[in-house]
Design a protein around this ligand. Sequence first.
Ligand code: ZN
Length: 410
Amino acid sequence: MDKKRLQKYAELVVKCGLNVQKEQEVIIRCGLDQPDFVTMCVEECYKCGATRVKVEWSYMPVSKLGYKYRSLETLSEFTAVERAEWERKVEKLTCLLWLESDDPDGLNGTDSEKISKANQARYPFIKPYRDALENRYQWCIAAVPGKEWAQKIFPNLSAEAAIEALWENILVCSRVYADNDPVKAWDNHNENLAKRCEFLNNYKFDRLEYKSANGTDFTVGLNPIGIFMGGGETTLGSNIYFNPNIPSEEVFTSPMRGRAEGKVVATKPLSYQGKLIENFWVRFKDGKVVETYAEKNGDLLNKMVSMDEGAAYLGECALIAYDSPINNTGVLFYNTLFDENASCHLALGRGFNNCLENYENYSVEECEKLGINSSMIHVDFMIGSKDMSITGVTKDGKRVVIFKNGNWSI
Ligand code: ZN
């Protein structure tokens, strides 16, 4: 890929994604796939005034060996070093950049029960730090092509050509072209998303009704003090504007815990714990998943929704046009960052406290009491379809068509 274009992309994820400030620390988490691009990002961070940039490399085959050979006991351990690292993150509000590149099937053959149990055991140690950091630091998830990932998407191309094709798709979806200023393009895009949010927030809908010929017939209750958000966000306290996802096309909110009824049919496979759950649906009653079906890896789907009490409840509902730049590539990415931005979706598990009006006045516990779901998981699954209709209904029964034939109608 053209070096100049990659340079622009590095600038985009560091300046627009993280918005690194002078004297800040940065952690970059990535695989071994694109070390030159990671180096560009590190330099961009220093140019923005970062005092320290740490790269945490990982390599799926090595992680896999850990899951295979280590005991559940050692995998569940929360070490003194990790504790110190979390404490420093909370103290410094370290920026975090994830550059995803992993093979979506990379953990195939590992014991997902063991991984789930280890995560469950570690979660109580991590939660207090996560709560302390929530909405207070800048983070961004972006992607770079890994060989296995690229070849899964483009199985008929050579490894080199597949990586190049995936680069092209990542850059187009992220609005990085040879002849534009992507940072400016993102400013415009953010403005458009903000307008849609304003429209939805002015109506204060009580619920959304989803319908599609594929069998989706579903109603989700919205939070009376909930708001729709999209694009950039602002950190609490330090007021720094950042973009948590590049790309991002969604307008989303955290629905009211306990209010979801009916059946939703997934329209794309879901990659969870390195395995694909395919052709599945879930049925809700009183906000909770009460029935599931999957053609492939249904046991994993059931395990997912029983990870903890909140895993069977919704944390997010997001609206994205079927005609989104990502969906228009026609590529199935097998990666949530892209696929979730190609399609209306729901997420099971943890909700977002900042989807409540004046959320800064509430403690984490109060947000939970106000209807924001809490869980160790947050897993998006896609439900958008070409013929999907979504209708907003206000408390006094006024109905507004928000989506018609898969696209925005407002
Ligand atoms: Zn989402």
